[in-house]
Design a protein. Structure first.
Length: 364
């Protein structure tokens, strides 16, 4: 065997080892580099396709958010369709005035003040998004007859407000606190404070949201009545997007996008130049105090009904909830308006008793 191997020119196998029939061949480094280079080229090509697509989608979503929020921040203004002047004709004496006051950011608010001749509790009425103070004409008169000072005003971007844009709830809470401050400075003819230390808030939709949030920031607020209210600005924006686009697959997709809430918050803060955090209404109602709440929900109001009931369930203070045939999301007429106003007036009477105005017919 040894002789044969030597003759063949091959070295003898080491002791204890057998020669493999498949000799090992090391890979060529040039081949490895070629394969690695191909992978890098493929990876770069994928990135060149993927990154622009992601940027386009991201910028598109951001642009769409800016467009939608711009549209929502400039709602169609509906003209006022009345004033307390008609009630003054009935009373045959001065009982209201046009007022203007400054907000904390330097802008101004305008409204009607129905004032009592003696120190009395006050109620401030804040209307819904897309509406104006005219919607509360009958309610304001009923509250005034019941003995309350009543301030009803236009939210910014609505009615006759000198501000030409809506803050979508981000500025309006501070505006409401400014309205409370304005009332505190009002005097009767005898020089006494108009407000006796008790304030009630009433609001619908956005007006209800800011009423809940502001109520936790002023100890004079004793009673809050809200109709069809949302828990935070993000819920409001998403609901408005559905209304704007319609209840379809596109609206569901936009609202359900990942990080949708974060993108909306960022867009709101950049567009409205407001950096402070949103103040959820749920935080306001879960803060224990001496306030009392009335939650009003209308039948067949969809998501509003659900959101209002959820806030009611989470409220910690004394609370009650009422379901009405029609909420003030829509304009109310005749009997529906009378029944609704009576329920709201009754709530404030229970919480903040006042001395009714004498010699006033209660008929509409």
């Amino acid at each position: 065997m040894l002789y044969t191997q030597r003759c063949l020119g091959r070295p003898p196998a080491a002791s204890g080892f057998t020669e493999s029939p498949f000799p090992f061949t090391r890979p060529s480094w040039s081949k490895i580099m070629i394969i690695s280079k191909k992978r890098r080229v493929t990876f770069k090509r994928v990135l060149w396709v993927f990154i622009p697509a992601v940027l386009v989608l991201g910028l598109g979503a951001l642009g769409l958010n800016f467009y939608l929020i711009h549209r929502m921040a400039h709602p169609t203004r509906n003209p006022l369709y009345g004033s307390p002047r008609d009630f003054q004709v009935i009373m045959q004496k001065p009982m209201w005035s046009d007022e203007k006051w400054n907000n904390s950011d330097g802008t101004q608010s305008v409204g009607w003040l129905l004032k009592q001749s003696r120190p009395s509790p006050a109620v401030i009425l804040s209307h819904a998004y897309g509406s104006n103070r005219s919607d509360f004409l009958t309610l304001s008169f009923e509250l005034w007859k019941a003995g309350y000072n009543v301030l009803v005003y236009d939210l910014r971007g609505h009615g006759e407000s000198p501000v030409n844009w809506s803050g979508l709830g981000m500025y309006e809470k501070d505006d409401l606190l400014s309205a409370i401050k304005f009332l505190k400075g009002q005097k009767t003819e005898s020089g006494q404070d108009v407000v006796d230390g008790r304030v009630g808030l009433y609001g619908v939709d956005m007006g209800g949201y800011i009423s809940l949030v502001a109520s936790s920031q002023d100890p004079m607020v004793k009673a809050v009545a809200v109709d069809s209210v949302f828990p935070d600005v993000t819920h409001f924006i998403n609901h408005r997007i559905r209304n704007f686009i319609g209840s379809n697959a596109l609206a569901d997709t936009l609202v359900g996008l990942p990080y949708r809430s974060d993108l909306t918050d960022l867009t709101m803060q950049v567009y409205l130049l407001r950096r402070d955090d949103f103040a959820p209404a749920v935080e306001a109602v879960t803060t224990g105090s001496s306030r009392r709440f009335l939650f009003i929900t209308g039948r067949n109001t969809g998501l509003y009904e659900e959101m209002t009931k959820n806030l009611y369930n989470q409220a910690k203070d004394q609370k009650e909830i009422v379901e009405v045939e029609q909420s003030r999301l829509d304009r109310l007429y005749t009997k529906a308006s009378a029944d609704y106003d009576s329920r709201v007036v009754s709530f404030f009477r229970d919480v903040m008793p006042a001395v009714p105005v004498k010699n006033v017919s209660m008929a509409r």
